[in-house]
Ligand binder design. Sequence first.
Ligand code: ZN
Ligand code: FE
Length: 255
Amino acid sequence: MTQIEIIKALSDNYIYILHNPINKQTAVIDPGEAHPVIDLLEKKGWKLSHIFNTHHHEDHIGGNQKLIDKYNCKLIAPKYDQNRIHNCDHYVLDGDEIDIIGNKGQVFYTPGHTIGHICYYIESLKILFSGDTLFRLGCGRIFEGTFEQMKDSLDKILNLPDDTLVYCGHEYTMSNANFCKSLVYNNDEELDASILEIRNLRDEEKPTIPFFLGQEKKLNPFLRYNDINFKIANNIQKLNSVETFKYFRKLKDNY
Ligand code: ZN
Ligand code: FE
């Protein structure tokens, strides 16, 4: 049974700690800074064995070196970032099957936000670490890839089961929800119910993460590029799926 802990870091990042009480291994996903990770590990009495990075941005890797120095842990990072993420023990590529503290994990190459971005999926636990590719009610900005690449990356995530729990890199949910409200929803009761739940969590300063992928498929505008009813509602039924994705992404960039 793998335990998962959520750490708030920097201004709006999340760092995730995974602990396997059987083999005593502990992993961290995207340590943007080291000290909150060290604090939690000390409180729990856990020793860090692995770091997993989704992409090279500083708010996801900034704590790597301090943690390596302190725990002598192994670093796993995307192959495409080999010149930008240093001291890595194992660079991974799309489709690689890797061990994540005793669980079988899978690497999805999801370029768009950055050209090397990857997500980590653990089928047996039904969890996805989506980094800055998919957020709740949103997706990452296109910095290094193309709109088409990002849409293809999101396709890979769309193929996962509805009961997948997604752990993403940032708490952007409330501002994403505001953007969603500026669009026309053909299922706005569902959106409003979700936003109410989100608002209640944020009022209590709780994370809106993790979230079920099934609900995102119905509500996240960046996952609805094949949803004809949503496209008709927004009067873009003539656009193909890449054009639809691009249309919403550009609207959000200027929102
Ligand atoms: Zn990023
Ligand atoms: Fe980020």
